[in-house]
Design a binder for this molecule. Structure first.
Ligand code: ADP
Length: 395
């Protein structure tokens, strides 16, 4: 089923038209800087790029240009369904949902949990409904895959009323990526997913690990928000909850300023004082930049600790999976992480590790050691697949 996959942010829309069974991709695109003078839509079709100026417009202009572009390419009639990435489904959604007025209301109701993302997702869905009124639309949630976590994994040790009245619990994110790479890993290992205990490490600008037991998430490192857990590009990951009050008083910052700094000025960027990009940090560390070295070392140390933590959720680990821009490409981050995971029997095959870059997945562990794989994530294809499944199931 040819599916238009849309990822609507506050000022951007990522677009892909693809067929999930074959993996065929007809168009990819990005509408950026929506609502500003530079608003533009670019569509990439078989190596050719078209750019449309949106005249300062927002979602309606972006969708009108997308429709016109699909018409020109003769692809509009091909689109059978629309799949939306939605960040937060709270406890309301454990599977994708065909969008109805009730489902839209439930997504709106989760906005307090994802104030930057869910309102943008809703606005994108409404604009897409106007642009494509005849097509079924499905919401695929970042959090849904983790709704199988047991209570022991998702509850925080805070007053129970915070959970009951305000939904304060761990939700987890990157669900489509963890679910996709778990399936791919099982396929590559030639074993049924239902029999595997996997730790998946999604390492992009945002980073999280997940314990996947028989294809179901049983724990993950992100929590109430995508700030918990691992060190990320610009996000701190775990800090002492007492830090907020301490630094607010010491540095004279508001709660909003502390939260913004933990999201945008921390992580690899904060530690290195240089960059959030692992390529840049690896190059700088190679030239002897102490901050870059430290940032990578802390990233790896905390990642290895988190992987070991997921092993507790699983009892026993059959394989470790690396994915995301860093996981799929950084030979040194993978090698250093495996070197720290002797406790799990990990050990790298240096040649295989060096080969697994730029879209070449494969097993990178030494014989007899914890099976470790590099798998390419494909969130768009997973969203398209989930969209088809939801429509078939009448969900
Ligand atoms: P997003 O989470 O925004 O989708 P990606 O999955 O593309 O991001 O991951 C971005 C990260 O991947 C950046 O830290 C970038 O440095 C890293 N990365 C991409 N290519 C390489 C590479 N060849 N070597 C090391 N790191 C890489």
């Amino acid at each position: 089923m040819w599916t238009l996959v849309l990822n609507c942010g506050s000022s951007s829309v990522k677009v892909a038209l693809l067929e999930p069974d074959t993996g065929a991709v007809a168009v990819t695109g990005l509408a950026e800087r929506l609502g500003t003078a530079g608003a533009a839509l670019r569509l990439d079709v078989s190596g050719e790029r078209r750019v449309v100026d949106l005249g300062g417009g927002s979602y309606p202009a972006a969708f009108a240009a997308l429709l016109a572009g699909l018409d020109e390419l003769g692809l509009r009639a091909q689109v059978q369904a629309i799949g939306h990435r939605v960040v937060h489904g709270g406890e309301a959604f454990s599977v994708p949902a065909t969008i109805t007025p009730e489902v839209l209301d439930a997504i709106r109701a989760c906005s307090a949990l994802a104030p930057l993302h869910n309102p943008a997702n809703v606005a994108g869905i409404e604009a897409a409904q106007q642009a494509f009124p005849a097509l079924p639309q499905v919401a695929v949630f970042d959090t849904a895959f983790h709704q199988t976590m047991p209570e022991v994994a998702y509850r925080y040790a805070v007053p129970e009323a915070w959970y009951r009245q305000h939904g304060v619990r761990r939700y987890g994110f990157h669900g489509t990526s963890h679910a996709w790479v778990a399936q791919e890993a099982a396929r590559m290992l030639g074993r049924p997913l239902t029999e595997l205990n996997l730790v998946t490490a999604h390492l992009g600008n945002g980073c999280s690990v997940c314990a996947v037991q028989g294809g179901r998430s049983v724990d993950t490192s992100m929590g109430l928000t995508p700030l918990e857990g691992l060190v990320m590009g610009t996000r701190s990951g775990d800090v002492d909850p007492g830090l907020h009050d301490f630094i607010a008083r010491q540095a004279g910052l508001s709660l909003d300023q502390v939260t913004a700094a933990l999201n945008r000025e921390s992580g690899l960027l904060g530690l290195s004082g240089l960059a959030s990009d692992v390529r840049e940090l690896e190059a700088a560390a190679g030239r002897g930049h102490a901050g870059a070295r430290l940032a990578l070392d802390v990233f790896v140390y905390r990642l290895a600790q988190a992987v070991a933590g997921m092993a507790v959720a699983l009892g026993q680990v059959d394989a470790l999976v690396f994915t995301g821009g860093i996981g799929e490409n950084s030979v040194t981050v993978r090698a250093a992480t495996l070197a720290r995971l002797g406790v799990l029997g990990a050990g790298v095959d240096d040649d295989a590790n060096a080969r697994a870059v730029r879209g070449t997945p494969g097993v990178i562990s030494a014989p007899g050691r914890l099976t470790t794989l590099v798998v390419n994530t494909d969130e768009e294809r997973m969203i398209a697949r989930e969209t088809a499944r939801a429509l078939e199931a009448g969900a």
